[in-house]
Design a protein around this ligand. Structure first.
Ligand code: ZN
Ligand code: ZN
Ligand code: FE
Length: 762
């Protein structure tokens, strides 16, 4: 026994270099604690390229230490560990030593992190921070939203005006403490304070404020409260009048609200949560997760307006927990405090102006929000999260690339805009910005490009943008004074996914969405492109359809439906005996019919989104989009029938849906259940996708298929297509690091521009 132990007791020394997100996330204190735990001697320090440990101990101690090392703090990410054996230096303790002078500044900024379990426990146990709404530590709290400049140090954050009290200072400088070098720490005696303003009264005592807020919510009022990256409006989600009040305040009449649930248990009561969804819900990013409701009776009907899917999330600020402690209901509507489609409100003066007269009042504090950041939204698709909105918790985590993108500013798309900055081999996405058509949003966009460029020491020398001549992001690029590289919309969608997976060779890219400007000036959106970063070949798309009223058609699905019916039946469309014709055989639709016939104000489109619109209108599911993609979302919810049947379609490289519509009309006349029709329609599109991909195989040996574009936020459709393609031996890639809707476009623009620049240089 003794002899076998002898080898493991021999002292050894190693240097361990750890790369990844290991700075500003409590990594060195983590190393320090486990070094003490396993009696490891040596030191740990930050270097520009990561964290470096010199460790000495017995073989068994070293093994245990190395194992524990991998159980990292919540927001830390280890990308690479390099271990080398080195001679013993015979240290007799373990220390955190000062950082090596930075020759090159590290510009990684950590995203904001939800309240950690340790802090949550402290919030409820006797200690000086019990009940303190701004409790945080190295493992949690604000980061991105409070950093004014780099390096990440308290004087360069919005905490600069709050001097640490002696107790906080001691914690801050104690390597064994969870708050060692935690820049935003504070306590009730030295930190920011909350204030509550309602009915001309100003309250500053936090416990009084809390009980007041409790009453306000219980009495069915909405209130404005300051969060991490902006102000929110909150109300009891079970109270119809309160939800109405928020709808009025936001001037948002139909789009569903996300609901914050008291706990995972409450979320399970409300929704049919899978384990994968629960994991996302509980992750340190705490995104809004789009899930299926279990019961629509738990909430006021106005929250989702009949939609079965709902965005839910869990408390991520200490304040959220403290509020739930004061109310009986388990669900709060928590939505950004701004008028629909404008950026989230983050300035205290503006919030004061807008909300101090709110019957429910305004809850604020004196820690400034330096950077807007909305809640992120994810949906589980094919067993992994797909980002529908990449913001709080995810930004500004860079996307690692396999090629250099230094100095390229990718300006993004028009709707759901984000931009992306190229730094060496990383793409750094901005937070969610929104629809640039809106003037306020556009000014947020331009300010934010300046602001993030400054903080990330980013100096653009090329601007990449969409091909659409009227996108505000395109105009911005053209007016920037930089050389401009324009990238076709769907090419960018595909390139974004290629970049994320480090794919260099040509792929089969299926890009389906609402619309994107094509090289022929038409609106594209059902594209099968064989693409690499340098260019693409358009192999197949849906037959062009006149879109009567242009942009208006995106809001009024019945217009697309009429266009498809005219395509399938010509002038006989209005003698069909179906509910749609009964409803729309009106003077207005006759004018629209003439517009289609004469091709007046009816631009051509091949967008997949419009086909969803048309089928939703035909089946009576949705004839008017109250918000973006309402019709496709409602149609997706109905795809629940257990059938693999699909409708016929025709065409080779130009897919025609005339026969699909003939069969849909027949099913309508036979009074077939809408769920069956919706399912068959989805299955049809899955077969179309398979057809398009197989056709591409004639032009490329690649078996790699990229799915991208907003249509793949449709879970049923995406999973069906993935299943069909995998059965045929294709490898399918879905966007995970970037969003599959237009907010992911900027990454693709970055990738294409980088390769075109490189090509031009060779
Ligand atoms: Zn914490
Ligand atoms: Zn303090
Ligand atoms: Fe798109």
């Amino acid at each position: 026994m003794k002899s076998s132990n002898a080898t493991s007791d021999k002292a050894i020394a190693r240097t361990i270099k750890i790369e990844g997100r290991v700075q500003g996330v409590g990594f060195r204190p983590h190393v320090y604690r486990i070094a003490l735990q396993y009696n490891i001697r040596g030191h740990v320090k930050n270097r520009p390229d990561g964290v470096v440990i010199h460790a000495e101990g017995s073989v068994s101690q070293m093994d245990a230490f190395m194992n524990q090392l991998k159980n990292v703090p919540p927001a830390a990410v280890i990308k690479l560990i390099t271990v080398a054996s080195v001679p013993l230096s015979h240290f007799n303790d373990f220390r955190i030593v000062s950082s090596e002078p930075l020759q090159k500044q590290n510009t990684e900024i950590c995203p904001d992190i939800a309240l950690c379990n340790d802090c949550r426990e402290e919030l409820y146990t006797i200690n000086r921070r019990k009940g303190y709404p701004l409790i945080n530590c190295t493992n949690c709290g604000p980061r991105f939203t409070l950093i004014a400049d780099l390096p990440y140090d308290r004087p360069l954050t919005s905490m600069k005006d709050f001097a640490l009290c002696p107790q906080c200072a001691e914690e801050y400088s104690d390597p064994a403490n969870r708050r060692f070098h935690a820049q935003p720490i504070s306590c009730p005696s030295c930190g920011p304070v909350y204030s509550y303003h309602a009915n001309g009264q100003n309250l500053y005592d936090f416990s009084v404020i809390l009980s007041q807020i409790g009453h306000t919510l219980e009495n069915g009022h909405a209130l404005a409260l300051k969060g991490l990256g902006g102000y929110h409006l909150a109300c009891d989600a079970t109270c119809a009048a309160a939800v109405q009040e928020i709808r009025k305040l936001k001037q948002r009449d139909a789009k569903p609200f996300a609901v914050m649930c008291r706990s995972l248990k409450a979320a399970r009561q409300l929704t049919l949560l899978t384990d994968e969804e629960a994991t996302q819900l509980n992750s340190w990013q705490r995104p809004i997760v789009v899930v299926r409701q279990r019961s629509s009776e738990l909430l006021a009907p106005d929250v989702t307006r009949g939609l079965q899917t709902i965005g839910v999330f869990l408390p991520y600020l200490p304040l959220h927990h403290l509020i739930f402690d004061r109310i009986r209901c388990d669900y709060l509507v928590l939505t950004s405090a701004n008028v629909s489609e404008t950026p989230i409100l983050c300035r205290d003066e503006e919030a004061m102006l807008q909300f101090q007269h709110l019957p429910g009042g305004l809850l604020s504090n004196n820690r400034s929000i330096l950077r807007r950041c909305d809640d992120s939204v994810v949906k589980l698709i094919h067993h992994a999260p797909m980002l529908m909105r990449r913001s709080r918790g995810y930004v500004p985590t860079p996307v690692d690339l396999s090629f250099n993108v230094e100095g390229i500013l990718a300006c993004g798309a028009e709707l759901s805009n984000t931009f992306c900055m190229g730094k060496e081999k990383q793409g750094i996405f901005s937070q969610h910005i929104g629809d640039l058509k809106n003037w306020e949003t556009y000014s947020f966009y331009t300010e934010n490009i300046g602001e993030l460029s400054r903080i990330f020491k980013f100096e653009p020398h090329v601007a990449a943008c969409d091909l659409h001549p009227d996108y505000r992001s395109t105009l911005f690029a053209q007016q920037s004074g930089l050389p401009v590289i324009q990238v076709q919309h769907h090419h960018a969608h595909i390139a974004a996914v290629m970049a994320e997976y480090h794919i260099e060779e040509p792929v089969i890219g299926l890009a389906w969405d609402g619309s994107g400007y094509g090289t022929d000036g038409c609106s594209w959106g059902s594209e099968l492109l064989v693409a690499d970063y340098y260019g693409f070949q358009r192999i197949s798309h849906f037959e062009y359809l006149p879109l009567p009223g242009g942009d208006l058609a995106a809001r009024e699905p019945w217009r697309c439906c009429l266009s498809y019916l005219v395509q399938a039946y010509g002038s006989h469309w209005n003698s069909l005996r179906i509910p749609f014709v009964n409803q729309f055989n009106t003077p207005e639709s006759l004018l629209v019919y003439q517009a289609i016939q004469k091709k007046i104000n009816a631009p051509l489109t091949s967008g997949a989104g419009r086909l969803f619109d048309a089928v939703a209108a035909l089946t009576g599911v949705c004839t008017f989009n109250h918000y973006l993609s309402e019709a496709p979302m409602r149609l997706e919810e109905l795809a629940t029938a257990h059938t693999d049947d699909f409708y016929p379609f025709t065409g080779y490289d130009r897919i025609s849906f005339r026969s699909t519509f003939h069969h849909l009309v027949q099913d309508l006349q036979k009074d077939i259940d809408t769920c069956i029709m919706a399912t068959k329609f989805h299955n049809t599109l899955a077969q179309v996708a398979l057809h398009q991909v197989k056709l591409a195989c004639k032009s490329t040996p690649s078996r790699k298929v990229v799915l991208c574009g907003g249509s793949f936020q449709n879970r049923y459709l995406t999973e069906k297509i993935v299943y069909l393609l995998e059965q045929e031996g294709f490898q399918v890639y879905l966007p995970r690091d970037s969003s599959c809707n237009d907010s992911g476009i900027a990454l693709g623009q970055l990738a294409v521009a980088a390769h075109k620049i490189q090509q031009a240089c060779v």
